[in-house]
Design a protein around this ligand. Structure first.
Ligand code: PLP
Length: 428
């Protein structure tokens, strides 16, 4: 089934606005955050207009409706990724989910899942301590790297990583030596936000499990663009952000296998997560409530559920194929421009729609500025993946990233814009 881009675009009012210089807006920055369809805006507004109250607090009608809406959203998100509602934890975003995992795993040995000490055997198995190793990849977004670095500092553990190939993929040739009995966590991206590379997460998770390690997948760039069934990824824990998949900002998702979530202690504590509180100490509710302190972001959850509806109605497979075609066109157009180096794989095999590139003789920020003058929105810099840029031998790059509402003409406008930048700066 192919995708009707004109019909999709009509659902995104912002795409009709003018950009700098009166140019039509060409939004090629969905890897940073996606635009929102009317259905998502309407769902969030409707919640505030008719049902707003603190979910899971209060005994009145509105609170009950807000709770139903919030829990309904949890069930909708669970269905979207083939999970059970009880395995879905709402976080603030993907970054907070990664921190939740790193902190909870780090505390698992000292703080039992229900608040008591000592931790049970399941928690002790997950705990990270001195001499243990955490394995990541050089491809990671800082969100799936820095929390693990910090955990290693706190726990006296060692961070190791799969290197990256010249093509911008994970180099798995050393997997036998890197995954050992010391490995406690293997955390890997499902799709690079820079090179678009899609590591074989199921194979990596299988290797992690064979060593008794936990498999964590950063799904921030994967879940918005592909049909994902969490069980097929082989992961124990997988996280992503609503705002990159047409939903509101301020809400993210952590999915975890039930027995893993049950063994982990809470991360942020306070109201909503507790079973019993005494001055001497507290005990905690089972997951997912154990991990959702404070009044929940119910309106955002409702918006995210509407985003799931929208994506499913268009069809994730149709979206993936549409992005694949745009990416193929972009790779062809950009590699044909002398002086342009694409940082990721040059074919669309196991590759998503983030196309990062450098232009000889023109700084990425200058490329971005010229494109902006032409109405084309891209990202410039290291895209929160500084080690990856270093490994690829560049300081920074310009990134175009595609989604369901982008068109072939917009890809051509990007290529024309790059040529304009080259002319302007006397390069190429
Ligand atoms: N992981 C990847 C691969 C990303 O691209 C991003 C955001 O760009 C994140 C994690 C962090 O997402 P957020 O900023 O929504 O927490």
């Amino acid at each position: 089934m192919s995708l009707d881009v004109a019909a999709v675009r009509a659902d995104f009012p912002v795409l009709a606005r003018r950009a700098r210089g009166g140019h039509p807006l060409v939004y090629l920055d969905s890897g940073a955050t996606a635009q929102k369809p009317l259905a998502v805006l309407d769902a969030e507004r409707d919640f505030y207009l008719r049902h707003n109250a603190a979910a899971h607090r209060g005994a009145h009608l509105l609170s009950e409706e807000a709770t139903d809406a919030y829990e309904g959203a949890r069930a909708r998100v669970a269905a979207f990724i083939g999970a059970d509602p009880g395995e879905i934890v709402f976080t603030r975003n993907a970054t907070e989910a990664a921190n939740l995992i790193a902190y909870s795993v780090g505390n698992a040995a000292t703080s039992g899942p229900s608040g008591g000490r000592p931790a049970g055997p399941a928690a002790e198995r997950l705990a990270v301590g001195p001499g243990d190793e955490i394995l990541v990849t050089e491809l990671e977004h800082h969100a799936n790297l820095v929390p693990w670095q910090q955990l290693c500092l706190r726990a006296g553990a060692r961070l190791r990583w799969f290197p990256v190939t010249a093509e911008g993929r994970v180099d798995l040739s050393g997997i036998g030596a890197l995954v050992t009995e010391r490995t406690k966590v293997v955390a890997v991206t499902g799709q690079s936000n820079v090179t678009g590379a899609m590591p074989p997460v199921a194979a990596i998770a299988a290797a992690a499990h064979a060593a008794g390690a936990l498999a964590v997948v950063d799904g921030a760039q994967l879940v918005p663009h592909h049909s994902v069934s969490v069980r097929e990824t082989g992961a124990d824990l997988l996280f992503f952000s609503s705002h990159k998949m047409l939903g509101p900002t301020g809400i993210g998702v952590l999915w975890g296998r039930r027995e893993v979530l049950e063994a982990l202690p809470p991360f942020i504590t306070g109201g909503s997560v507790i079973e019993v509180v005494r001055m001497e100490g507290s005990t905690f509710l089972p997951p997912p409530q154990r991990f959702e302190a404070g009044v929940p972001a119910a309106a955002q959850a409702v918006g995210l559920a509407a985003a799931c509806d929208y994506l499913d109605a268009v069809g994730l497979d149709a979206i993936a194929e549409h992005e694949r075609a745009l990416t193929e066109r972009a790779l062809e157009a950009l590699t044909a421009i002398p002086g342009v180096r694409v940082l990721g794989p040059l074919t669309t095999e196991r590759r998503g729609g983030a196309v990062s590139f450098t232009v000889d003789g023109v700084h990425p920020h200058d490329v971005g500025q010229v494109l902006d003058e032409l109405g084309i929105a891209v990202r410039t810099g290291h895209h929160c993946a500084w080690p990856l840029h270093r490994a690829l031998g560049v300081q920074a790059s310009t990134r175009a990233s595609f989604y369901l509402y982008n068109t072939a003409e917009e890809v051509d406008a990007l290529a024309d814009g790059i040529r304009t930048a080259q002319k302007f700066f006397g390069a190429g």
